[in-house]
Design a protein around this ligand. Sequence first.
Ligand SMILES: [Fe+2]
Ligand SMILES: [Fe+2]
Length: 340
Amino acid sequence: MYTQSFSVQDQAEGKPAGLKAVPLSEAEQVLNNRFEATIDADGKIEPRDWMPDAYRKTLVRQISQHAHSEIVGMLPEGNWISRAPSLKRKAILIAKVQDEGGHGLYLYSAAETLGTSRDQMLAALHSGKAKYSSIFNYPTLNWADVGVIGWLVDGAAIMNQIPLCRCSYGPYARAMIRVCKEESFHQRQGYEALLVMMRGNDEQKAMVQDAVNRWWWKCLAMFGPPDSDSPHSAQGMRWGIKRISNDDLRQKFIDATVPQAQVLGVSLPDPELKWNEARGHWDHGQIDWDEFWATVNGNGPCNKERLATRVKAHNDGQWVRDAALAHARKQQQRTLKEAA
Ligand SMILES: [Fe+2]
Ligand SMILES: [Fe+2]
C-alpha cells in the first residue's frame, strides 16, 4: 500500500505546509518562476532543481508517511505467514510482505533525495510523531482477512497510487511505477484467495463475508477526508503532487469494486449502496469519520501494538546495521591500503 490522502499532519507540526506565504528574494523569484513553469508544462522536478520550501516539506511528509505505511503494513499480514493454509499461500504471502518492505525502501530513498535522512524518518515513526496509514491499526482476525486486505486494501492503494506515477516529483513518480505493478499482483492474489474460499464450505464463505464486513468502511476511509474537509488538497493539485481528489478516488474505487463483490458472491455492508443511473456511479452511505480520526490520532485497536512491534524489529536489527557498517569500513580501509 498505502495512502490515506496524505494531507494528514504529523504531530507537533506547525501550520500546514503550502499555506504559509514566505516572501521570496529576487533571485528566488526567478527560480520560483522556473519551478512554476515546469509545473505548468507538466514537467518533472528533480532533486537537483530549486523548489519552494513548502513543496519540499509537503513531499517529505507525504513520501515518508507513505514509506512508513509500507513497512507498518507488513505487520498485520506478517502475522499470518506462519499460519497460511498451504505452502502455496505461504509462498505468495511471503512474496507480498517482502514487496511491501521493498516499497518502503524505494520510498525512503525517494524522500532522502529531498534532504531528509532515513534515521530522521525512522526516529519520527518510532517516537509516534509521524503518521502512517490508519488501516494497519486494525487486527487481522482470520485467514480471510489476508485475502480481503489484498483485494480491498491493496485495491484502494492502487487507486490512490496510479495517479502518483504522474506526480511532479521525479523520484517519487518513478518509484510508484514499480510499486503499482507489484500492488496489482497483491490485489489479484487476495481476490483469487477469496474466490477459492467462496467455492468452499459455509464456514469459509462466512469467514470471507465477516472479513469484508469488517474492512469495507475502513478501506473507504483510506482515501482520506471528504474534499470539503481537505483544506490543502488544492495546493497538492496545483503542484502536480495530487492528481485526483479524495472523493473522486473513493468513487472510482467503489465503482470498480462493486462488480467484483458480485462475482465473488459477497455483499458489501452498506444498505445505501445503489446504482445511480443519472450520475453513472454507485451511491454510498456515510463514513464514520470519528472512528477514522480516533485511529489516526493513536486510539485504534492496534496502534500501540504495531508501533511496539516496529520498534522491536528495528532494535533487533541493530546488529545487522552494525555489521554492515563494520564491513564497509574494512573494505574502505583495504581499498585505501591498496591505493597507497
Ligand atoms: Fe501491497
Ligand atoms: Fe506496497
